[in-house]
Design a binder for this molecule. Structure first.
Ligand code: G
Ligand code: G
Ligand code: MN
Length: 619
């Protein structure tokens, strides 16, 4: 048997270096890294046993026979465990679920352990006789075991190779083939020098492939994964952290400037020697600390950079708070603030936290509403604002307005939840629930002439929009003219054709189309004349300004005369006083809506208005 300690000593040292580097860097710390760490420690143990065993076998005596057996068994079992760790790592890597394979690994492991432990009696594999060591040829268990486990690796990898990027697959298979060659050479030369090295190579490759962090040495920054890992570590050990968020537009370009890089490095070294700067996303950097930080350092350093380098940054400091959140919470929170802030520096207050947490909660609830997919969802409430029809003097129509009533925070109003619902694409779910509830009400209440439902521009152009709406309408049986759809004029010219087409389809069913919020945003006259419109809703801002100055009154009057002439009915919103009412009536009003008549009320209460005459109007 050929053996030299060199192999084991090198492996021992490499393992030590790897363990040290792992503890000092922010590598990707997931469940699988624990397997690697155990693997490294176990391999060090193997090396020690191997050195001990090989020194013992040079002088076999009656007295040390049992020590040799013990050493040999312990070594073989740890080598076996190392292989088992690998196979579990690979199972996890490719998300291998087949129970039969896992059971096979377990049975084989137990079987080989049993064979090792009983070799003293059975003389299978390894035994000592007449003070001499015998490794019984091919049945030498180490090689049998290795061959079996390697075959299993290859089968699992091959079966799931589609789940791995091709290069990863090649790297892994290549490593294993290289190990096979070393084992084969050892077998031929009856050597034991590189036994542990064979197990070290895959560990190094796995670490490199799946856990290495990309430290950018030029900028001195680590990536987002490393940040998440650091945050995790700090949260476990510290009571709260500071989070410093730094948005630098065109970071990619600014990085090319050596002065900027130097400033950045000085800044990090000024803060805390043990900390890094992290790159959260393309143009966002972050620092995190558990110790007190001097906020001035950041502010001053960046103000200087701003003037020197014309870096248009935004700096946000989230002060220490005792709840530790996930990284995405911080980054979402800060990017939300960054979008709103106008200056370059902002210190987060607890009120900001509360507001944002509320937003997160609303988003979770909206997601839940979508997932439950219940058109009767109790959390979505329909309110209705009665609308006065000048011709009949009655509140025969109404606009439906959505409210949310959420378990933890109660009522939520559209100005809060609509932006969240629109940005997450959840608005459509809400619209369908509102439409369903409105239809249900119309069917049950004959006296109502019409209720209008608001649509968001974000949903109308979605491919399933028409079908989704129709699937609800077809459940009910009433004249479609009892339904109104309110839309705002879209800025997106390319979608205009789609919107026009869909609205025309609904209009041909009898549904009345309302153009909402006329006079706000971008009212494109060309579009307005092309859209199939029945009613134009003049925004309350125009109602207010027409009461304040004559030019505005003149313009609004001419616009509504024009709408009236081309056949659109005019509805004024935000009527609060008798003078608003009288002025709007002279400006061709057909419908009036506003707090003067009623605030939005729960839809169940709408019927108290429906038959009520409103005589306080002079035409
Ligand atoms: O009623 P109120 O102040 O809460 O409404 C504020 C805004 O929210 C209004 O401009 C209205 O268009 C919008 N809104 C209210 N209900 C709905 C709805 O059901 N769907 C959509 N898309 N917008 C609504
Ligand atoms: O944009 P839209 O028309 O969908 O929204 C109507 C909004 O106007 C609702 O939020 C409603 O509460 C509000 N509103 C209704 N009547 C009045 C009013 O008389 N004055 C004011 N300031 N707001 C009103
Ligand atoms: Mn509206």
């Amino acid at each position: 048997m050929e053996y030299s300690k060199v192999g084991d000593i090198i492996v021992l040292l490499v393992c030590l270096i790897l363990i040290l580097t792992l503890s000092m860097t922010y590598s990707l710390r997931n469940k699988k890294l624990i397997l690697i760490k155990i693997g490294l420690v176990n391999l060090m143990y193997c090396c020690c046993l191997s050195i001990a065993f090989n020194s013992l076998v040079t002088h076999i005596t009656e007295a040390n026979t049992y020590a040799i057996y013990t050493c040999h068994n312990a070594l073989q079992i740890s080598l076996l465990l190392e292989l088992v760790l690998f196979i579990y790592y690979v199972f996890d890597l490719v998300n291998y679920k087949e129970q039969s394979f896992k059971v096979a690994v377990l049975i084989l492991t137990l079987l080989f352990m049993f064979l090792e432990l009983t070799s003293i009696f059975t003389h299978i594999g390894f035994y000592i006789e007449n003070n001499k060591v015998h490794n019984t040829g091919v049945s030498n268990l180490y090689f049998v075991r290795y061959a079996l486990f390697m075959t299993m690796f290859s089968v699992v990898l091959k079966r799931k190779s589609k789940l791995l990027a091709q290069r990863i697959y090649i790297a892994l298979s290549g490593t294993f083939i290289m190990c096979d060659i070393i084992v084969f050479m050892q077998w031929i030369h009856d050597s034991e020098t590189y036994t542990t090295l064979v197990l070290l190579l895959p560990l190094i490759v796995l670490l490199f492939l799946f856990h290495s962090n990309s430290y950018n040495s030029r900028l001195g920054i680590l990536d987002r994964e490393a940040l998440a890992s650091r945050l995790n570590d700090l949260c476990r050990h510290a009571r709260g952290i500071y989070f410093v968020y730094l948005q630098i537009p065109n970071f990619q370009k600014i990085c090319l400037d050596d002065n900027f890089v130097e400033d950045l490095k000085i800044l990090t070294s000024m803060t805390h020697y043990s900390d890094y700067l992290f790159r959260c996303s393309n143009d966002v950097l972050a620092f995190i600390y558990d110790k007190e930080i001097c906020e001035d350092i950041f502010e001053k350093a960046f103000s200087a950079m701003k003037t020197e380098l014309r870096v248009n940054h935004k700096l946000i400091i989230v002060p220490k708070n005792n709840v530790c959140k996930k990284l995405s919470y911080y980054t979402d929170f800060c990017s939300f603030l960054a979008r709103k802030m106008t200056g370059t520096f902002y210190r987060v207050s607890s009120a900001d936290f509360e507001k944002f947490s509320k937003g997160v909660y609303i988003k979770e609830q909206l997601l839940d509403i979508r997932d439950k997919n219940d058109l009767e969802d109790e959390r979505v409430k329909v309110y209705c604002q009665p609308i006065l029809d000048i011709e009949s003097g009655k509140f025969t129509t109404a606009e439906s307005l959505m409210r949310l009533e959420l378990p933890d925070i109660g009522f939520v109003y559209p100005d809060v939840f609509i932006p969240i619902a629109e940005s997450t694409g959840l608005i459509h779910t809400l619209t369908l629930i509102i439409l369903n509830k409105v239809c249900k009400y119309i069917q049950a209440n004959n006296e109502i002439t019409r209720i209008s439902v608001n649509f968001s521009m974000y949903e109308i152009t979605k491919p399933d929009f028409y079908d989704d709406i129709m699937s609800i309408l077809l459940k009910y049986n009433f004249k479609y003219s009892k339904l109104g759809f309110e839309v705002t004029e879209s800025v997106e010219a390319e979608d205009f054709g789609v919107i026009e087409g869909i609205l025309s389809k609904f209009r041909s069913l009898g549904i009345k189309i309302y153009l909402d919020d006329f006079g706000t945003g971008y009212s494109n006259m060309e579009h307005i004349f092309k859209l199939p419109i029945d009613i134009v809703k003049i925004d309350k801002s125009l109602v207010i300004s027409s009461g304040e100055n004559e030019v505005s009154e003149f313009v609004v009057d001419r616009l509504s005369t024009m709408f009236d002439t081309i056949g659109y009915s005019v509805l004024y919103e935000g009527i609060e006083s008798k003078s608003d009412q009288d002025r709007c009536i002279t400006m061709k009003a057909r419908y009036l809506q506003g707090y003067r008549y009623s605030k939005p009320v729960p839809i169940e209460n709408l019927s108290t208005f429906t038959n009520q005459m409103y005589s306080n109007i002079e035409k």
